[in-house]
Write a protein of this length. Structure first.
Lengths: 249, 249
DNA sequence: CCATTAAAGGAACGATCGTACTATTATAGG
DNA sequence: CCTATAATAGTACGATCGTTCCTTTAATGG
């Protein structure tokens, strides 16, 4: 789909090869563990030949981080823009975020790695991580605002609060999946998501409530929940879909 | 309080000094970045003198990880056992987890570091991390069961699901605090916690509902919420305390 | 107090780190 | 096709890595 859009000069070509290897290595061992020597070995280049592309290890780290963000955009941000605004898009964001690394050919998430590797450091790499993550968070908050505007989330929803909680779900899913190797990780995440957006549902007005169908094809459907059970109370939430269904382990 | 309970032999004494430095270093840069040389410099020992205490770098990493867990127990698990079972204890767990590193004299959390450093590795260090985290998770689930037994959480609460979501809050709080340096991180976490336990509240029976006072002194009180607003609907939740109060930034 | 054991230091090892300099080869435009 | 430039390789550097071996100093129990 994307191979050789414009003609790549030789330098850009091998640079791409290097970054691909760097991305895999950084996602598994961290950006500080990116090593000129091992990267040269992985790409078949000489140490100095590889080094010349970046000029310093720090530049290599930043270039790898940028590439990670570029791919995240390609595999998450761009595709969900094809999904209608609102809860569907938020749900699609969750689904795409939970799967982007494997769709991308990576075994782990370089961004998760970067977050925890540089959070307490100082320097340009940390600055780059922070800026990227802030930008990403702002995108998430825009999606939340859109869901508020469409009436699928309560008008007084605190976008910052909700984005905080959404990242929590993603992060917990990551731990369950990678550390615990729990094959139900995504299931837990989807249930948490349902519970979360339900708690931000707009107050029920009179008869026909705002549509709340969430992630019909990406996630297993809530199966006959979502019929907005109750009457007139300020906020009432049907959480039956998130209550202890059998989980194969 | 705890200094020199039993007489420490010289070896045990310096071993403790080493582990203290190792803990600080591991929390900031990761366990793989623990280096015999820098650790020797930090403690005033010689490389070989320090090395003799562990026999290998891997053993040093595991010893440091064990020490981290020991301190986590000392600063989180033990204190919250003095808190009454139920939601109060769950809330105390959140509060203590959010502050234990600084109360412990650390600038970052070695456990968070370990989780993301070893999640996709293989070997004895990863195994140790997984086991520690599983044990910790089981403790959390026992606390959840206690809250179910006391009627503060719905009887059909899925402990695994709730613990998944609680870790998400803690993890997101960690990112907000350390990566974004957001001074409102704990505030977001407390609101997320309130929202979460509210969504697991038992169905309202008749008149006097199960007491839900959560974290009165640790966290800013919900201020006149918690009076269980509505009538008879299957699950009704007052979320006013988590709706966009002004946040100084 | 002295003998035994434990603890710490010194020196060196091969390996690898990031980086600098120079030399060689490949590409690309006129 | 030739030439200017870009890309890669070669080599070497000081530093530090984890680890080993051996010596020296310190603690400890009878």
């Amino acid at each position: 789909m994307n191979q050789t859009r414009v003609k790549l000069s030789k330098g850009e070509e091998t640079r791409a090869v290097i970054l691909k290897a760097a991305l895999e290595q950084a996602s598994l061992s961290g950006f500080e563990w990116l090593t000129i020597g091992s990267l040269a070995g992985a790409t078949g280049l000489s140490k100095s030949g590889l080094f010349a592309h970046f000029g310093s290890k720090e530049e290599l780290q930043i270039a790898t981080l940028d590439e990670a963000m570029r791919r995240f955009s390609e595999f998450v941000v761009v595709p969900i823009m094809a999904v209608p605004r609102g809860l569907k898009r938020l749900s699609a964001l969750l689904e795409h975020t939970m799967t982007w690394t494997e769709r991308c050919g990576l075994s782990a998430c370089p961004l998760m790695m970067a977050i925890h590797e540089f959070d307490d450091k100082v320097g340009p790499v940390r600055d780059a991580v922070v800026e990227h993550m802030h930008r990403q968070n702002e995108g998430l908050m825009r999606s939340i605002e859109a869901a508020k505007a469409s009436g699928e989330l309560a008008a007084d929803t605190d976008g910052e609060q909700l984005s905080f909680e959404l990242f929590g779900i993603i992060s917990s899913c990551y731990r369950s999946h990678h550390l615990f190797r729990d094959k139900n990780a995504k299931l837990f995440a989807r249930r948490a998501f349902q519970r979360l957006v339900a708690s931000y549902a707009p107050p029920t007005i009179v008869a026909e409530p705002a549509r709340l169908k969430v992630s019909e094809k990406d996630a297993p459907p809530p199966k006959g929940s979502r019929k907005n059970n109750s009457h007139g109370s300020k906020r009432s939430i049907d959480l039956s879909a998130t209550r202890k269904p059998p989980v194969s382990r």
